[in-house]
Write a protein that binds this ligand. Structure first.
Ligand code: GAP
Length: 488
């Protein structure tokens, strides 16, 4: 990360805290590593992002329905899905600092350092060796690479490493009243399995016909060995997943279709298209016949925000095998029973939140020849903004607050709006810019005479005079969901 992008990212994080978007969890006890709380504005933004996804996936598609499955699932679920045996990261401990690292990430950091130092050949060779070791699940080779490239612990500075071991990422706990009959259950590491085990319930109760999809938003938990980059890699996070069930043989057409649909969804939020790219997986999971990530160019480089997988019939077949229940679909068009194939789209809500923060945050120099000035602004899409409009009486007297509150009471039925009468109007505009409020409505003395107000636009800072009576319609048009969903 260059100094400039490093500073930018630090500013995004401190802005998010200062204005009530994201706080470290249980901060008064010094926080909990890789766990975060969303504050008063963060939770509004997060809810709007969820609504955007839900409307785009469920409301706009006749053949997609949404569910809300429990976090706890029967433990056999995770045997069947492969998570008990295979959901591991290679980890290594430094014996001096007692710190634990992901072996592959230590090596990736070294590759980045080679690149930064212009050692292109070394970087390419180490990347190839890393890929080969990961593909072969060769833990001793990973250790050998760490030793051969003189990788030291960032804390102790020593090379006193343990062997590389596999570390299962699932959190477990005990369910049951007494120690004797307590059973080990897991906090789900992905929401997808709640969809697969409900395939028949939804298909039958909803009389769904293949192709159809089941969508879900919910918490997932992973005991990440290394958690870093703010809300990028968390131990408790939220996923928005779609499993789209299709006739075998048609899956790659649907896969390509979902790739395009999902990228369009990301771009509609208004980010710079150059900051998004597809990254095809070279090494496919054993159950997948195609996989791609949608990556975003974060301040620390291109990283995955969403994964799209063609998962074949692996999951449903595994659940069929482990449960002993037939999980099949009778396709009346071809008069055949089959286990449907699946296209999965899986996006991390917290990572999406971070893309929106990084995309929107700007520190603008507004200085003129005779005055120094600047502002911090979050240029959220108006439909996603946590606060849609602020209603500001120019002064605290002469009936202006009453008039402003009358407007607030009308608008708050449909929108999250704020009332603010403290400080100068300029300071209040800056406060609203900093939290991304797209519109400010100012009630001044003229408002008492002709029932008009000024409408200030966050991005252009331009103001127009509008009739107070028209505000419900004006705001509804400016922040309505059709502005985002209409172009999809
Ligand atoms: N069901 C498929 C699945 O879970 P994944 O690539 O492991 O696939 C999907 O996760 C998405 O979940 C990722 O693209 C990412 O956005 C998000 N995600 C995964 N691990 C995360 C973590 N530790 N913190 C935040 N988001 C995470």
């Amino acid at each position: 990360m260059s100094k400039q992008t490093d500073d930018f990212f630090k500013n995004v994080i401190s802005h998010a805290k200062e204005y009530g978007f994201v706080f470290p969890s249980s901060e008064i006890y010094d926080g909990l590593s890789a766990v975060y709380d969303y504050g008063q504005l963060g939770s509004e933004l997060k809810n709007n992002l969820k609504t955007y996804w839900w409307k785009a996936m469920v409301q706009l598609h006749e053949n997609i329905v949404g569910i809300d499955a429990a976090i706890f699932m029967h433990p056999t679920t995770w045997k069947a899905s492969g998570h008990v045996d295979g959901f591991n990261d290679p980890m290594i401990d430094n014996k001096d600092s007692k710190k634990r690292y992901r072996a592959d990430q230590l090596i990736e950091d070294k590759i980045a350092r080679y690149e930064a130092d212009g050692k292109v050949e070394e970087a390419q060779q180490l990347q190839a060796d890393l890929d080969a070791a990961l593909n072969a699940d060769d833990l001793s080779k990973l250790k050998a690479l760490i030793e051969a490239h003189d990788i030291v612990c960032p804390i102790s500075g020593t090379k006193n490493w343990t062997d590389v071991r596999q570390f299962n990422l699932m959190f477990s706990t005990q369910m049951g009243a007494s120690a004797e009959d307590a059973e080990t259950v897991y906090l789900r590491p992905e929401t997808a399995q709640g969809i697969f085990v409900n395939f028949l319930n939804v298909q039958k109760s909803g009389r769904m016909k293949v192709p159809f999809g089941i969508a879900q938003i919910g918490k997932a938990f992973r005991n990440e060995v290394i958690a870093r980059q703010f809300i990028m890699r968390m131990r408790e996070f939220e996923q928005m997943e779609l499993q789209f069930f299709v006739r075998p043989g048609t899956e790659l057409d649907w896969y390509n279709q979902w790739k395009e649909t999902r990228l369009k969804w990301h771009l509609a939020v208004g980010g710079d298209p150059a900051k998004y790219r597809f990254h095809d997986h070279v090494k496919l999971a054993h159950y997948a016949n195609a996989a791609v990530d949608i990556e975003y160019d974060f301040p620390f480089g291109f990283k995955e925000v969403e994964g799209i997988h063609s998962r074949t019939d692996f999951d449903l077949s595994q659940h069929q095998k482990y449960s002993g229940k037939k999980i099949q679909y009778f396709d009346p068009e071809i008069n055949q029973n089959y286990v449907p194939y699946v296209i999965e789209t899986s996006i991390g809500l917290d990572r999406l939140f971070l893309t929106v923060l990084c995309n929107s945050f700007e520190e603008q120099d507004l200085s003129t020849a005779d005055k120094q000035d600047s502002r911090s602004v979050l240029r959220f899409h108006p439909t996603l903004a946590p606060v849609k409009a602020a209603i500001l009486p120019l002064t605290k007297k002469d009936g202006l607050p009453d008039k402003a509150r009358e407007i607030l009471n009308r608008l708050k039925i449909d929108h999250n709006v704020q009332y603010d009468e403290k400080d100068s109007i300029g300071k209040r505009y800056r406060r609203q810019d900093a939290i991304g409020t797209p519109f400010c409505i100012t009630v001044d003395y003229q408002s008492l005479e002709d029932d008009t107000v000024t409408l200030r636009h966050r991005d252009s800072m331009e103001q127009e005079r509008v009739a107070a009576a028209d505000l419900e319609k004006i705001v509804a048009d400016l922040v309505g969901w059709k502005n985002l969903l209409g172009g999809l």
